[in-house]
Write a protein that binds this ligand. Sequence first.
Ligand code: 6YU
Length: 515
Amino acid sequence: MEPARASGRPGAAARPRVLIVGAGLAGLGAAQRLLHSRRPSFDLRLLEASGRVGGRIRSGKLSGKVVEIGAHWIHGPSRGNPVFRLASEYGLLDEDALSEENQRVEVGGHPVGPSVCYSSRGQRLSPDLVDSMGLLFASLLEESRKFLHADRVPAPSVGQYLKGAIAQSVTEWSEEEEEEKRLKLAILSMYFKLECCVSGTHSMDLVALEPFGEYAMLPGLDCTFPNGYDGLTDRIMSSLPKGIVLFGKPVKTIHWGSACMEESMGRCFSVQVECEDGEKFLVDHVIVTVPLGFLKEHQETFFSPPLPSQKMAAIKHLGFGTNNKIFLEFEQPFWKPDCELVEVVWVDESPLVESAVDLQATWFQKIPGFIVLQPPERYGHILCGFIAGKEAEFMETLSDTEVLTALTQVLRRATGNPQLDPPKNILRSKWHSEPYTKGSYSYVAVDSSGDDIDVLAQPLPEEAHNSKPLQVLFAGEATHRTFYSTTHGALLSGWREADRLIHLYDVPDSPHAML
Ligand code: 6YU
């Protein structure tokens, strides 16, 4: 495909021209599907703002060990998960992940294993107490998935519903000492923070209750990629023709809406894609896969004419928050060899008490805990802390030294060991500061619903009677109604839009069959 200023060879011009904006998993998946279609043969190009493929799949190195800056697990690694299938086909997973037994496990989420939970007073909390609160929180969370399509919901948000149910439970703890009650609430507060990381939100009060159960979970014990998640996007990339992705090519505006935006080589193109550097591409179709965070910030200028009002409203109302990771590498572990999770409970906190947040003074209290990267033979001694919301965004403004110092103090305080050696290395993500991402992943926020996801996914123009159909198509994790926020949602959305185009042309008497 040639830019607008120099249109392509006449022979090539007959093929439908498609441009994909963004080379994350949705964009790469769409490209692979389009190029493997027997009919028609597409003239395809991808424009990627950054210098790499993968988007929010990004593996990094800490002292030579592979760590995930973005997506971490395959959620629900079993046959129904296309990321699992592709990763298996490419030979990227280890034996455990591939085993039938692993694929059958139904834990509804993340791996669970031996853990240790510290209080901010330097005590190790009783595993029984922590587990009992974990079970209570999990059961209430499960209940909150049951309001899908309900006529009336008891609260607008998941957070408010959970807090109401917890307040009710507290009345049943009347036999207990005040101190014990306070500790239980502090533990529940830690689970709220963990759930904020899972949902990628500042507060569970922002996550809508009614549609919460629409997010679908697949069977399988969440697994990782031993050599990095980006092996997947690299493999897809290497299956595409060389030079098909243009890097460092941010798109500024997509001009759409008329049957003939501009004529070139005796053909009418209905879409013109204008890049930040001024280069313009004339195409028949564009598949937009940019993150919802980017759309929220740029929707006014990214489309000309602007998007229909319903789509603008969907972009505004759907949620897109920040979940960051902080990797800390230690010379020696302070945890047991089989430990998989180190949790920290701030004893003065309660989910039932709203307190003003002083980000500078307390940002680190939003970290519910640290995953231990296992096994040590592969990773050495690395913890991965998760932090979501405004505190995660504030953390991005600090230097590595400031973060490392603050977390050393947290861990010294929690373990009760003032001599605990500081980590020797730190690596962290800053997803909110990434100009072409602006956060981590989407959620269905209060005042939005699954219908907004479908509206976002709807191609344009809506009515194609007088103009060419499918000028602008939308893919990306935030456009998948039941698998939003995941890599499999992203991949399926890319395939969906590729199939939409393939079907448009794959009809013998289609007026679009010959352009
Ligand atoms: C998963 C996981 N995971 C952790 C963290 C993050 C994410 N996810 P991309 O952004 O990849 O591509 C778009 C491209 O467009 C990009 O390259 C841009 O540079 C480019 N672009 C933008 N603007 C442009 C322009 N103007 N011009 C040209 N190019 C432009 N998913 O399955 N397992 O463990 C995690 C996690 C820290 C940040 C994750 C996880 C999310 C995935 O990474 C993400 O969905 C996909 O990679 C997105 O691909 P894409 O192609 O759409 O966009 C009930 C209920 C609860 C719901 N939540 C359940 C929790 C599930 C999520 N769990 C997440 C957990 C972690 C740890």
